[in-house]
Write a protein that binds this ligand. Structure first.
Ligand code: ASP
Length: 605
């Protein structure tokens, strides 16, 4: 793990690349000029970033291309405005000592005796390109092509490209073959809503856009590809959030004759190569934690292990309690160091939140000093607890003067869920603090719940996930037993964000049949939905396993952005719209007719 704050290295333009950048209009790049160039006559091209007129014959123009800025001394009379595109030919000169700008990579030099050629004029931009935080995001997205000129967006997109190329190199060097899978397909089983595309040649029928290449990569294994990867575009029609877009990029991979360990090792190698390429740091071995441990200690299947506030088991402390609110199957708590200072209104707020997340209530206790160096609990419920219970609680939580204890009593999953969220609410550091904490979460349950209406288990990953071999026997047990079945599924987590997931797949028809039965997928339905995969599995499927991780999220975390829109060239807004192209738009009635479609009146019409 790395401990330093996230610090992507500045994008470096190597001499090898710079050597190829001259064109018929430029000899050099703006950001490249250094004292070693002094005396040379150069031509640079770019956008006017700023212009300071000193006199009729003297103006300073900062010229910008993607490599940086250079100051050009030009005739004050030249009609140059912000964002004009110009070619400047001049001589590189050293700046006088007092004018050296240490904040600028080119700050020791400037271009003098300049001839300026305007290549294209520009209207005043609708927002300041260097003052991002004051610009509304919708405006930035409406004029994304201007927004992309900003150094931060340039850095984000260039770091993204570095990551993609590090992924490719690392996967190829481990024997993975890049295979492109189709975009117009039948539905995939990731459990989200499909985007669909009407078929013109078969009116009334639809393609689905892939939620992932899952079924095709498994077919590749049957096809003897052995190791597949793809930097794949996936589409899921789900509500958008800071870390979710309709379309996103995944490193998608699948390996034949491979176990969970083989996949974890290959993906860890690739992740390490990516981090190395971006930060220059080595992450070492990625630790593993079982799903159960993550749930019990952090109340989450994507634990943010950068900070403490772990969930403490207290059920045993209150087994004989007289306090009604604690007569529950599970009691856990968190100890907030220094939390005794929290105001009453903050505690009320936390209680409201806990209730919103499903708790019946939240018990808080301030830990105060008492006689003889011991502590006492200051809480509206303290009077309902026996002295033994209080002492055992202090011992179990290792509470000291100044702490706050927060307790929830309920069914075990509810307790974990609520305290897991409270923990994040109280203690989570900003995304770019505390280094990069990668974690493998393994041994996920095969089923996440049992549907109360149907009595059927609900798949936690997708229905092709292999159960844990030791738990095969439980597949024929009670609903309780089923919830205890572990799967050979695993997630990669970074700083509390789920980066991706994968599993060992079922390649045996009998086990697949049993899992389908349990999920309530009938033979006919299975045949209809995944028949082509099941057919393929009749012809010698190798044992195989795979994984996919979200590239947008990884890039965002590596450049220290909270929002994945900052690392996507042309993202959609939270409401799924594109302010630049206005998508989604109406389509022509003729197009509808051709597709055999007629629209229902809109609700608002
Ligand atoms: N197809 C899965 C997903 O997109 C990943 C995998 O199991 O390989 O989440």
């Amino acid at each position: 793990m790395t401990d330093s704050p996230l610090s992507p290295r500045p994008v470096v333009f190597s001499d090898d690349v710079l050597e190829h950048l001259p064109t018929h209009l430029r000899t050099n790049m703006c950001g490249e000029l250094r004292p070693e160039h002094v005396g040379r006559t150069v031509s640079v091209c770019g956008w006017v970033s700023s212009r300071r007129v000193h006199s009729e014959h003297l103006a300073f123009v900062d010229l910008r291309d993607y490599t940086g800025l250079v100051q050009c001394v030009v005739d004050g009379a030249a009609d140059l405005r912000s964002e004009y595109v110009v070619r400047v030919t001049g001589t590189v000169v050293a700046r006088e000592e007092q004018w050296i700008n240490p904040k600028l990579a080119t700050g020791e030099v400037e271009l003098a005796d300049c001839t300026v050629e305007v290549l294209s004029v520009a209207e005043p931009p609708p927002f300041q390109l260097d003052e991002r935080h004051e610009t509304d995001e919708t405006i930035r997205l409406r004029y994304r092509y201007l927004d992309l000129r900003r150094a931060q967006m340039q850095r984000n997109l260039r770091t993204r490209a570095t990551i993609n190329s590090a992924i490719r190199r690392a996967m190829e060097s481990q024997g993975f073959l890049e295979v492109e899978t189709p975009m117009l397909i039948a539905s995939t089983p990731e459990g989200a809503r499909d985007f669909v595309v009407p078929s013109r040649l078969k009116p009334g029928s639809f393609y689905a856009l892939p939620q992932s290449p899952q079924l095709f990569k498994q077919l590749c294994m049957v096809g003897g590809i052995d190791r597949y990867f793809q930097i794949a575009r996936c589409l899921r029609d789900e509500d958008l959030r800071a870390d979710r877009q309709f379309e996103f990029m995944q490193l998608d991979a699948e390996m034949s004759f491979a176990s969970q360990d083989d996949v974890l090792s290959a993906i860890s190698t690739t992740v390490a190569a990516v981090v190395e390429a971006v930060t220059g740091e080595t992450i070492g071995e990625i630790p593993r934690m079982t799903w159960m441990e993550a749930a019990e200690r952090f109340g989450s299947d994507k634990p943010d292990v950068r900070f403490g506030l772990e969930l403490i088991e207290l059920t045993d402390v209150f087994t004989a309690t007289e306090f009604n609110a604690f007569k529950a199957p599970c009691i856990k708590g968190i100890r907030v160091p220094g939390g005794a200072e929290f105001t009453r209104s903050r505690l009320d707020e936390l209680t409201d939140r806990a209730k919103r997340w499903g708790a019946k209530g939240l018990v808080w206790m301030r830990v105060k000093p008492a006689d003889a160096g011991s502590v006492e609990l200051d809480s509206p419920v303290a009077k309902f607890l026996s002295d033994d219970e209080k002492a055992a609680l202090v011992a179990a939580t290792e509470a000291v003067d100044g702490d706050l204890l927060l307790l929830v009593a309920d069914e075990r999953p509810k307790v974990r869920h609520v305290l897991g969220l409270l923990r994040l609410d109280i203690g989570r550091p900003p995304v770019n603090e505390g280094g990069l904490n990668f974690l493998w979460v393994v041994d996920f349950p095969l089923f996440e719940s049992v549907d109360e209406a149907t009595g059927r288990p609900v798949s936690a990953h997708h229905p092709f996930t292999m159960p844990h071999e030791d738990d095969f026997g439980l597949l024929d047990g009670s609903p309780e037993d089923l919830l205890g079945v572990r799967s050979q599924a695993y997630d990669l987590v970074l700083n509390g964000w789920e980066l991706g997931s994968g599993s060992v797949r079922i390649h045996r028809a009998d086990i697949q049949q049993r899992v389908f039965e349990l999920l309530g997928i009938s033979k006919e339905e299975a045949q209809l939905k995944f028949g082509f995969l099941l057919d393929a599995f009749r012809f010698g499927p190798p044992p195989h396993a795979g994984f996919a991780f979200g590239i947008d999220r990884l890039v965002a975390l590596l450049v220290g952005e909270e929002n994945i829109r900052e690392v996507i060239a042309f993202p959609k807004t939270q409401s799924g719209a594109d302010p630049l192209t206005q998508a989604p738009t109406d389509i022509d009635p003729a197009q509808l007719a051709e597709l055999g479609l007629r629209l229902l009146p809109r609700a608002a019409d």
